[in-house]
Design a binder for this molecule. Structure first.
Ligand SMILES: Nc1ncnc2c1ncn2[C@@H]1O[C@H](COP(=O)(O)OP(=O)(O)OP(=O)(O)O)[C@@H](O)[C@H]1O
Ligand SMILES: [Mg+2]
Length: 388
């Protein structure tokens, strides 16, 4: 992120997908909202189901996407928010409690950070690390449902959080490839969390909603209730499986199968093959949601995004599988880059909105002059203690 004379901030998002590496760049000023000024993308041949299987090809694809984006935006990208997802990601819910330490019992930003650190202390396998600790709700002196406790009075502060963990090796490989392509990693972000910033409304997150991002190699499922993330799960199937099915069923090459799938959806045999695979993916997504949260009420239904959400008839199919209202999630909330307002770009554009929020929080924290250790380093140490 760099500041020019007009105090505009450059934010870049890099979505490391199974079918494409996509880089988007936006500019933000104090007066104007986030404006997309460039994008670049390259087919990702070195990534399978969200994990790097060929580092050289991945570095090349990232480098190409970055160069394209820089050229179009006319700015240099020095760091990115990287969106990742794969079967190496896991999510779990946790709680924590602290005694309010601030003067007079008024809860301060330090107390909030302390209780989140406490809630984020979960036992992770030795080869995994914590990626996110996302607040669901705070409880002050037994009063539930508080979204931000700062400024409230209390002696006992509790937090419920959703903790996202990831394999250390997978994240290290991804970060190393991005660094080798010539840019820094500001933060590694769970892909469907980023997508949620671009396609879900606050009302939906309040009422209860399940976002399903059907990508090429994985289908990512996240559930929000009462504005908090309650569940995240990754299914190792996506649009590429439907393409492979067509290839086998109709004895065509992958390229032909892909073309047939996306353009000739009216062909009965193709529609049948694709429909069967999509139904399987949606049924697995349903199982993912209800086995984790058996009594969850999804008042706002289901939102489908990712390239696979463009499959003809998939909204009606999902309505049947879930018995709930379903809509297509198209990215919103950004100015410019209108050609990107389609489901495959939800993660990349969401990364910009996520990045802008992080930046704003950091600026606010800077103003409050926090004296404590950064949250991440506390977590890092605690994790080391917990390792067997
Ligand atoms: N019109 C369409 N009909 C059917 N499938 C489509 C259509 N458009 C795109 N797809 C499918 O969407 C998939 C790619 O989606 P997306 O770009 O979201 O994936 P990705 O982010 O690269 O992968 P992942 O999220 O799994 O890592 C491909 O399998 C592609 O065939
Ligand atoms: Mg994706």
């Amino acid at each position: 992120m760099n500041w020019d004379e007009e105090h505009s901030t450059i934010i870049a998002g890099l979505d490391l997908g199974t079918t494409k590496v996509c880089v988007v760049v936006a500019e933000q000023t104090a007066e104007r909202p986030l404006r997309v000024i460039g994008m670049g993308q390259h087919p990702s041949e070195g990534i399978q189901r969200g994990a790097i299987v060929d580092a050289e090809k991945t570095v090349y694809a990232i480098g190409e996407a970055i160069r394209q984006a820089e050229l179009r935006a006319g700015v240099e990208i020095d760091s990115v928010y990287a969106g990742i997802s794969g079967e190496y990601i896991a999510g779990l819910n946790s709680t924590g409690m602290v005694a309010v330490g601030s003067e007079g019992g008024w809860i301060g930003a330090q107390d909030r950070a302390r209780v989140l650190s406490a809630a984020g202390v979960v036992k992770v396998p030795f080869d995994c690390e914590v990626l996110h600790v996302l607040p669901q709700e705070f409880v002050v002196n037994g009063q539930r449902g508080i979204l931000d406790p700062v400024g409230m009075y209390g002696v006992r502060l509790e937090a419920s959080v959703h903790v996202v963990t990831s394999s250390v090796a997978a994240v290290r490989n991804i970060c190393h490839s991005i660094l080798r392509a010539g840019v820094d990693v500001r933060s590694v972000v769970l892909g469907p969390l980023a997508s949620s910033y671009a396609v879900l409304s606050e009302d939906e997150q309040q009422m209860g909603v399940c976002l399903i991002d059907i990508g090429g190699g994985t289908t990512d499922v996240v559930v929000f209730v009462g504005k908090g993330l309650r569940h995240s799960g990754i299914i190792g199937l996506g649009g590429q499986n439907a393409t492979n099915d067509i290839g086998v069923g109709l004895r065509t090459t992958r390229t032909e199968a892909e073309q047939v799938k996306c353009t000739v959806a009216s062909n009965e045999a193709v529609a049948y093959i694709v429909g069967a695979r999509m139904e399987e993916i949606l049924a697995l997504a349903r199982k993912e949601v209800y086995s984790a949260l058996p009594n969850v009420e999804l008042g706002a239904g289901i939102v489908l995004t990712g390239g696979g959400a463009q499959t003809a008839g998939v909204v009606a199919l999902a309505e049947r599988v879930f018995g709930l209202p379903v809509r297509l999630g198209v990215p919103v909330g950004l100015v410019g880059g209108e050609e990107l307002a389609s489901p495959p770009y939800a993660t990349a554009l969401g990364l910009l909105l996520y990045g802008a929020e992080q930046q704003q929080e950091k600026n606010q924290k800077g103003a409050q002059v926090l004296v404590e250790e950064p949250f991440d380093s506390v977590l890092g140490r605690v994790k080391k203690w917990l390792q067997p």
